[in-house]
Design a protein around this ligand. Sequence first.
Ligand SMILES: CC(C)(COP(=O)(O)OP(=O)(O)OC[C@H]1O[C@@H](n2cnc3c(N)ncnc32)[C@H](O)[C@@H]1OP(=O)(O)O)[C@@H](O)C(=O)NCCC(=O)NCCS
Length: 216
Amino acid sequence: MPLFQTIQFNETTKILIWEITESFEELVSKVTLKEKTQRRLDGMKSQMHQRAFLSVRMLIQEMGFTDKDLHYDEFGKPYFDCHNYISITHSYHFAAIIISDETVGIDMELQREKIIRIADKFTDYECGYLQPHLTEEYVKKLTVIWGAKEAIFKIRNEKGISFKDHICVENFSLDKPQTQASLHFDDFVKDFDVHYENIHSENFEGNFTLVYAFEK
Ligand SMILES: CC(C)(COP(=O)(O)OP(=O)(O)OC[C@H]1O[C@@H](n2cnc3c(N)ncnc32)[C@H](O)[C@@H]1OP(=O)(O)O)[C@@H](O)C(=O)NCCC(=O)NCCS
C-alpha cells in the first residue's frame, strides 16, 4: 500500500505517511531524481534504506513537489527553495514527511522495551513524572519523549544540543495527543508544541509513535 495516512493538521501543515511495500525497482520507476540524489541513493548500503529514501520522494511528489525542489544543508537538514518547511523521518517500513509554513520537525519510532535501557541517556527533567514500574506506559511515554527530542533537534539543527540536558518535555497523558517542550541552550529558551499519535499497520507487528513539533 503506498500512501498510508494523511493528516491535515491545520490549513498550512500536512503530514504524509508512506508504508513501504513496493520493491526498489517499482519505486525507482516512479520517481525522477536529480544527479546528486541518484549518487546518494547509489551509495546506500541497505536496500531498505534506499526504499525509504525513494518513498520520501513519492511523498513529496504527492504534495506537488519534485526531487529538484528538495535540498539539504551541510548538516543533512532538508529544505525547499520555497517558503515551506519540510522535515523527514523513516523507520522500518514507514517513511513520513511534514510540510508546513511553520518551523516543524518530525520523528517516527517503533515502540520497543529496549528504549528502557537507554532512558537515562535522554531523560532527566522527565524523571520527575515518569513511572518506570508501569512498564507498558513507560515504554510508550519514553518513545514520545525520544521522538519529541528528535523532532526538536531536527528543527534547531544545532551542534552541541543534548537530549538529556537541554530539552525538557512536559508531563503528558497518553490519552491526549499533545504536550509542550522547551529547549534550554546557549542562554535562550525556545518553546515547542508537541503532537504525537500511535501508528499501527496490519503488515507489521508492533506499534509506532509518530511525533511532530512546532516551534512557538
Ligand atoms: C540526524 C538525526 C536527527 C536523524 O534522526 P534519525 O532518528 O536517526 O532518523 P530519521 O529517519 O528520523 O530522520 C532522518 C532524516 O532526518 C533528516 N535530517 C538529517 N540530519 C538532520 C539535521 N541535522 N537536521 C534536521 N534534519 C536532519 C534527513 O531528512 C534524514 O532523512 P534523509 O537524509 O533520508 O532525507 C539523528 O540521527 C541525530 O543526529 N540526532 C541528534 C543526536 C543526538 O543527540 N542523539 C541522541 C542523544 S542521546
